[in-house]
Design a protein around this ligand. Structure first.
Ligand code: DLL
Length: 441
């Protein structure tokens, strides 16, 4: 295993490096991005007085709305002629957020993704099947450049055309598969249907992320594909995939690339930093980016931090798996719950497949949540192809009870016939908020 020296720095040494880079970044954006100059002046900041990393808390936050207000290139810190790549994240409403990269940004990003792939246990000379979408989304090209930099034979299949993907996996014999957990599951299920056993395929590592997933989903994917599945995190506003990565030795939290990003967790209400181990909203400050530096960017993602040394030997701060996004949290009769927690409980039931959707509706003043799950083909057959069968009613009652006992939430569970819940080729849509839909009708 090859580790970069920055991955094993003592905390003080890492902080020293971060402070030097932070100073350079904030002095740079003050000069080059009118938005930051205005914000820093408004906050009455004396940038030359920054002498401790902890003083970062005096800097104002940046939000997605700020990026939208400066659409498309208002937050770029270099001349247009320095930009060699543009990505954008679609978002569900309004304008997309647009991000740019210089040549050096692409180099650093590729290096970090190469580091992430190694962390998952892959190496030069192996074949990597990249099923993340290519295009404006950072997943496809992000993994692609990192994989090439590492010296892997990179197969740029992108998302979709699942039968073809399976054919290529059979023929090219990749050791690594990259994709969203939900789409990778779809590939795994199709392989199963075609009678390809997990022991027959060449895969041994999964680099999965871009959407929240649960520990139980990890076991399902590991079992179905015969792989070690590692979580990869990132977001276009901060860079793309590779901001943090789980190591295959520990599979217990994601190592943040702290030499390039300063991470904080804040209480989304008080906006104050919380203690290590406590959950809150992740906030990132980029330390080396040229084209699109971000200062205290509020991600909307919920996680906690740990500074304990990992079994792999890395000393970098680890973030927990993402529990969910603030805007995906559902409040069911006063109880806060994230789709990934529901997923975790649901997957204990062997009679249903791991695809699900949550419909949120309002009756009177109460929000009602209905969980739609899908039967396995085997159980459906045993229930005489009817979702009204007594067996199916029992499955529904058991899932309802489990959710009530473990998450303290009561929700209606609708058990559907096989293949009725839409499969995604990228990020899965887990929550269908009919409160929003209804308000437009
Ligand atoms: O999803 C970048 C990425 C590509 C990460 C491939 C990993 C693999 P965006 O499209 O900008 O970028 O979406 C970023 O996706 O704020 C999280 O809400 C979510 N997300 C990303 N990785 C994870 C993960 C890419 N491992 C948004 N677990 C982020 C949970 C994740 N959620």
């Amino acid at each position: 295993m090859i580790l970069r020296k920055e991955e094993t720095f003592y905390r003080e040494k890492m902080k020293e490096l971060q402070l030097t880079r932070l100073k350079k970044t904030i002095e740079g954006v003050y000069e080059t991005v009118p938005f930051y100059k205005h914000r820093f002046n408004e906050a009455g900041l004396e940038l030359s007085q920054l002498s401790h990393l902890e003083q970062i808390q005096q800097l104002p936050f940046t939000t997605k709305q700020d990026l939208r207000d400066n659409y498309p290139f208002g937050m770029f810190a270099v001349d247009q002629s320095e930009i060699i790549r543009i990505h954008a994240s679609s978002g569900t409403s309004g304008k997309p957020t647009v991000v740019g990269y210089t040549k050096s940004d692409i180099y650093v990003w590729s290096e970090l993704v190469a580091r992430a792939i190694m962390m998952a246990g892959a190496k030069k000379g192996e074949v990597l099947h990249n099923a993340y979408g290519y295009g404006l989304f950072t997943g496809g090209l992000g993994l692609h450049y990192g994989s090439e930099m590492l010296g892997m034979a990179t197969v740029p299949v992108s998302g979709g055309n699942t039968d073809k993907q399976i054919q290529l996996i059979q023929d090219f014999k990749p050791s690594v598969i990259c994709g969203t957990p939900s789409y990778t599951l779809h590939i795994a299920e199709k392989m199963e249907k075609q009678g390809i056993s997990p022991f027959e395929n060449s895969l041994r590592v999964g680099i999965l992320g871009a959407e929240p997933w649960s520990e139980k989903m990890r076991s399902v994917l590991e079992e179905k594909l015969g792989i070690k599945a590692c979580d990869i995190y990132g977001l276009s506003e901060v860079m793309g995939p590779g901001v943090a990565m789980e190591c295959h030795e520990g599979q217990n939290g994601l190592h943040v690339a702290e030499d390039h990003f300063y991470v904080e967790v804040i209480d989304p209400i008080t906006l104050q930093q919380v203690e290590d181990g406590q959950e809150g909203e992740l906030v990132f400050t980029s330390l080396t980016k040229e084209a699109f530096p971000v200062i205290r960017y509020r991600t909307g993602d919920i996680a906690s931090l740990s500074r304990e040394k990992c079994v792999c030997g890395r000393t970098t701060t680890r973030m927990s798996r993402i529990k969910g996004r603030i805007d995906d949290m559902i409040i069911v009769r006063g109880v806060n719950v994230y789709p990934s927690e529901i997923e975790h409980q649901l997957l204990y039931s062997k009679e249903v497949v791991p695809h699900y959707q949550l419909y949120v509706n309002t009756t009177g003043t109460m929000d009602r949540v209905s969980l739609h799950v899908e039967l396995t083909e085997k159980v459906y057959k045993e229930a005489s192809f009817s979702v009204q069968h007594a067996t199916v009613r029992k499955i529904s009652t058991d899932i309802t009870r489990r959710l009530k006992n473990h998450l303290m939430v009561s929700m209606d569970v609708t058990v559907c016939a096989p293949n009725t819940i839409p499969r995604s080729e990228g990020k899965a849509v887990r929550v269908i908020d009919q409160r929003v839909l209804n308000s437009y009708t």
